[in-house]
Design a protein around this ligand. Structure first.
Ligand code: ZN
Ligand code: ZN
Length: 256
């Protein structure tokens, strides 16, 4: 059966009411028609292969990628030398190819279907990490609250939504834990990190966040972001949560 193009309302319903409407099954990444499936995030075999999680060849504390995707996870020199302001860490895959296209389509073009697919990948990355032990393992008790990396109000007004908040909501629903956006605020407008060379990013983001002690003190926080490149943003946000008394901070991102 040929499917009509999805209207905005239908896309909204599909985003928030996963599985309620399945007028026809399409690959969530390339929109190709699929045989009947009851998967929550159906993918055609080609897209599933391109979106396979990165299970090896990275640092389990920060996700720093090594050259060999098939190598066993190994703690990187930076994490060995200086540690990280967070405890557990999870990511889905490298910020390249189809995963990068999904992030950009969601973040800059508001494609909700792509956002829903990304949110599913983030949730699966978290659950995979929660099932393992050792370096970078997640809190086995699960988080008390999820906190998205915030946008400055000016950028939020321009973009219309915070992509990290949308990813947090889907994961929070899976975990049955609350999202508390007010726990972390961006108190300074900064130049977009992606427009700066790596070395300038730490200075650009320094002092950009403030966390609310009343919401995080003594609690286990799961910090959620879409992409982590140099790690300066997540590092600064995690430190702000720690300063406000968070008992632990775990991190999950879609791409690294
Ligand atoms: Zn596909
Ligand atoms: Zn590392």
């Amino acid at each position: 059966m040929a499917c009509a193009p999805e209207g905005r309302l239908l896309r909204l319903v599909r985003f928030f009411g996963r599985g309620l409407l399945s007028l026809c099954d399409r690959c969530q990444a390339c929109s190709g028609l699929l045989p009947d499936t009851d998967q929550p995030h159906p993918l055609c075999p080609a897209c599933a292969a391109r979106l396979a999680p990165r299970l090896g060849g990275h640092c389990p504390r920060c996700g720093e990628l090594g050259p060999q995707a098939s190598a066993a996870p190994l703690v990187c020199p930076d994490c060995r030398r200086q540690g990280r302001p967070w405890d557990g860490f999870a990511f889905h895959g490298a910020y390249e190819g189809l995963l990068r296209q999904l992030v950009l389509a969601f973040k800059f073009h508001g494609r909700l279907g792509q956002g829903r697919l990304l949110a599913g990948l983030v949730a699966e990355a978290y659950l995979r990490a929660a099932a393992r032990t050792g370096e970078g393992a997640m809190d086995p008790a699960g988080p008390d609250l999820l906190v998205p990396v915030p946008l400055h109000p000016r950028r939020l007004a321009w973009r219309g939504f915070n992509q990290s908040l949308e990813l947090s909501r889907v994961l929070a629903a899976r975990l049955g834990r609350p999202v508390v956006p007010a726990a972390l605020a961006r108190i300074r407008h900064t130049t977009p990190q992606s427009s700066l060379p790596g070395a300038a990013r730490q200075a650009n983001i320094a002092g950009a966040f403030a966390a609310a002690p009343a919401l995080v003190a003594g609690r286990a926080v799961l910090l959620v972001d879409d992409v982590m490149t140099t790690g300066a943003t997540v590092d600064t946000a995690a430190r702000a949560l720690r300063r406000a008394g968070a008992a632990r901070v775990d991190v999950v991102v879609a791409a690294r």
